[in-house]
Design a protein around this ligand. Structure first.
Ligand SMILES: *[C@@H]1O[C@H](CO)[C@@H](O)[C@H](O)[C@H]1NC(C)=O
Ligand SMILES: *[C@@H]1O[C@H](CO)[C@@H](O)[C@H](O)[C@H]1NC(C)=O
Length: 256
């Protein structure tokens, strides 16, 4: 073989290898191997006291298919994210597993997820297989991030019970949709557009002392895994006489 041809072959093989590496590194739909457990004391659903701050809403969200995340909690940024989780024992487990929403933080015995008992059982092919999985306690799984979908729900703001009108405002964001994280939240006055950046107090709880006044326009920054960022401004404002404990429909669905 002519040396130049050999060099060309070597070069194209190297390029092919590099391309394969790049694809592996950016494969966002690929499943990742891990382990999952379930809440030992839960009835069916999740916990009312999850670290994301959703309260009892976080126990039954998504029909009760919820989970605590370990590293994927990401200091609260991971709250509200959805994952497809499937166990890998082909004798007991379905191909598709279950889609869960992160509502809590926790780990147990090198797990990435602690599922509600309901979600854990739903990875199984039959009720007998579910009983066998539950008896194992911790199982090998594969997971990947997927889009959250709440077809009949808009993103909704639930004002924290500890809020104190008009001095202190805190809320959580319900029905986060799509596959992006909410990484910043602003409230803007609708008259003179004074905006205030809120603090992520913990989990999905956003707070501010001395919030702006009047009807408040909400702005949410959605960040995807490629680093693309989009500010979403819902059609509905939070009314100027907002009340602790109330929920406000933002009027938007988001699929970013
Ligand atoms: C779990 O959540 C589902 C769906 O929201 C609800 O219908 C059910 O009553 C809950 N189960 C328990 C034991 O709380
Ligand atoms: C969502 O918001 C739209 C307005 O943008 C409204 O027409 C619709 O009824 C809302 N959906 C729900 C389920 O509240």
């Amino acid at each position: 073989m002519a040396p130049s041809l050999r060099f060309l072959l070597f070069l194209s093989a190297t390029l092919f290898f590099m391309q394969t590496l790049t694809e592996a590194a950016t494969c966002s739909d690929c499943f990742i191997h891990s382990r999952a457990a379930y809440y030992p004391n839960s009835d069916e659903n999740g916990t009312d006291t999850g670290r994301c701050g959703y309260g009892s809403f976080g126990a039954t969200l998504n029909g009760g298919d919820v989970a605590a995340a370990s590293d994927l909690y990401r200091d609260g940024v991971g709250c509200g994210a959805c994952y497809q989780v499937k166990c890998t024992n082909s004798y007991y487990c379905t191909d598709n597993g279950v889609t869960i929403v992160i509502t809590d933080q926790g780990s147990s015995d090198n797990t990435d997820f602690i599922l509600s008992r309901r979600a854990f059982g739903r990875m199984a092919q039959t009720t007998d297989a579910a009983a066998s999985l539950l008896a194992l306690g911790v199982v090998d799984i594969e997971y990947r991030r997927v889009s959250c979908s709440y077809p009949y729900k808009n993103i909704t703001i639930k004002i924290d019970e500890n809020s104190n009108y008009p001095y202190y405002l805190g809320f959580v964001i319900w029905y986060q949709q799509g596959r992006s994280d909410i990484t910043a939240v602003q409230l803007c006055e609708t008259q003179n557009f004074v905006c205030k950046l809120l603090d992520r107090s913990y989990g999905s709880v956003w707070t501010t002392t001395s919030p702006p006044s009047g009807p408040l326009s909400l702005r949410m920054l959605f960040s995807d895994e490629n680093g693309d960022e989009t500010w979403v401004v819902p059609v509905n404002n939070i009314p100027n006489d907002w009340k602790a404990g109330e929920t406000y429909d933002t009027g938007v669905q988001v699929n970013l």
